[in-house]
Design a protein around this ligand. Structure first.
Ligand code: ARG
Length: 459
């Protein structure tokens, strides 16, 4: 069962075994562990360190283990006595192919092995998360394309500010999630060097061809310092930061959806299939999924702070503390993947109430800046125009009406510069249409941006 019994005279205390073992969680990357071992023995045989026959036997054995774990014919029992996935695979291999199995670990340590497995796993998961982010971006783009002219209030301080469109609001999140994708991509680029062959910390005396192993495993090349290779968890910290930012973006978006979904706003209605009810209040339909996604940001941030803390005092090179990286990274990855999947489903099944959004934009004086700009265009200094429109807003608040509904005499009573064309100038359509600078909500500007987003997604 053990990879290291020789120098010990006593059995391991059971509690020590339970505390020390990682099999219960590192079995998550058995596929990556096997993939790494196949590359390792392929290189060993090519270098003449292992016989061709041993290589063939080992690979056959490893492939059969993978097949049986995949199908469930072989299971990893928590009380198998194995310490970790590395001993489980090696032990099972030796049971299956005999002597050759015992040669698998030539020129390798669990330190470089686990460093490799974790990198392979991270790389695979980054690819999956990239796909999930892409699906979300597709969904957002579809909403954008359909809502170039859906007016809604834009907010600052959660107070209605200026009119925008639903497409523009969704576009803000499109930007955020695109940057998240690019951050994951950057991490992959930086980490994509193979640690295998670094041994326990000081390399090995066997004539390994590290460049060849790296190539077999689709890395850009081997890592260049064996101590760093077994002690580096930077890429996981980067990953956890990127995941924290994704979780934060999702959380902000969920917060908005929760607000928009209230009876007070009614901008959206989350679909029944993505809502839950109350055991006591028959009328309730709650946005639990949005709340859970918002809430789960906490555990993702937790993983980041936890691993930063674990790493901060570790002397070079490998220390067992680093085993803590696994559950933290696994949990954060699985959490974010789940959130992305559920979030995309929630958005794609959600109803956007365009009429309510538009009515809300009209009600909240979101065109007040445009009324001031109207005066400026007719020669009034902006500061004076600001004051004049402020007075008009006050009058409207007193009457409970919008600027659009205030009679022209009342406009003129405060400033004779106003004319009949003010109504056209402050209409929702004009307010948005006139905003045509790059990045603004105007139809033409948004259409160009959407075309760029489309291209970006097709790449
Ligand atoms: N389970 C260990 C980890 O996750 C594997 C490496 C063990 N190495 C050692 N020298 N004990 O870090």
């Amino acid at each position: 069962m053990k990879l290291w019994g020789g120098r010990f005279t006593k059995e391991t205390n059971q509690l020590v075994h339970n505390f020390n073992e990682s099999l219960s969680f590192d079995q998550k990357f058995y596929r990556q562990d096997i993939r790494g071992s196949i590359a390792h023995v392929t290189m060993l045989a090519r270098q003449g360190i292992l016989s061709e026959q041993d290589k063939v036997d080992i690979i056959r054995g490893l492939e059969s283990i993978q097949k049986d774990l995949d199908s469930g014919a072989l299971t990893i029992s928590p009380d198998s006595g194995y310490e970790d996935i590395h001993s489980f695979v090696e032990g099972t291999l030796t049971e299956r192919v005999g002597e050759a199995g015992k040669r698998l670990h030539t020129g390798r340590s669990r330190n470089d092995q686990v460093a490799l497995d974790m990198k392979l796993y991270t790389r695979d998961e980054i690819q999956e998360m990239d796909g999930l982010l892409r699906d979300l971006l597709e969904e957002l783009l579809a909403v954008m394309e359909a809502n170039l002219d859906t007016f809604m209030p834009g907010f600052t301080h959660l107070q209605k500010a200026q009119p925008i469109t639903l497409a523009h609001h969704m576009g803000a999140y499109f930007e955020m999630f695109s940057r998240d994708r690019s951050r994951l991509h950057d991490i992959r680029e930086r980490m994509n060097y193979c640690p295998l062959g670094s041994g326990a910390l000081a390399g090995t005396t066997y004539p390994l061809d590290r460049a060849y192993t790296a190539k077999l495993l689709d890395f850009y090349g081997p890592t260049l310092n064996s101590m760093d290779s077994v002690a580096d968890r930077d890429y996981l910290l980067e990953l956890l930061s990127a995941l924290s930012i994704i979780a934060m973006h999702l959380s902000r978006f969920c917060e908005e959806i929760i607000i928009w979904n209230t009876n007070e706003y009614r901008f959206v209605e989350i679909d029944d299939s993505y809502s839950t009810g109350s055991s006591i209040m028959p009328q309730k339909k709650n946005p639990d999924i949005a709340e859970l996604i918002r809430g789960k940001s906490g555990r993702v941030y937790g993983a980041l702070v936890s691993l930063l803390t674990t790493m901060k005092g570790l002397p070079l090179a490998y220390n067992k503390d680093m085993q803590e990286d696994k559950e933290l990274a696994f949990d954060a990855i699985d959490t974010v993947k789940g959130c992305l999947l559920l979030f995309t489903g929630m958005i794609s099944s959600m109803t956007f109430r365009k009429d309510v959004m538009e009515a809300s934009a009209k009600k909240g004086f979101t065109n007040a800046t445009d009324a001031a700009d109207y005066l400026v265009n007719r020669g009034v200094p902006f500061r004076d125009a600001h004051g004049i429109v402020g007075q008009l807003v006050l009058t409207c608040i007193g009457k409970g009406i919008a600027l659009d509904d205030l009679p022209l005499e009342q406009y003129r009573a405060i400033s004779p510069v106003f004319d009949e064309d003010v109504y056209e100038a402050i209409s929702m359509k004009t307010c948005v249409e006139k905003r045509t600078t790059v990045g603004a909500p105007g139809h033409a500007a948004m259409r160009d941006v959407i075309a760029q987003y489309r291209k970006q997604l097709e790449q």
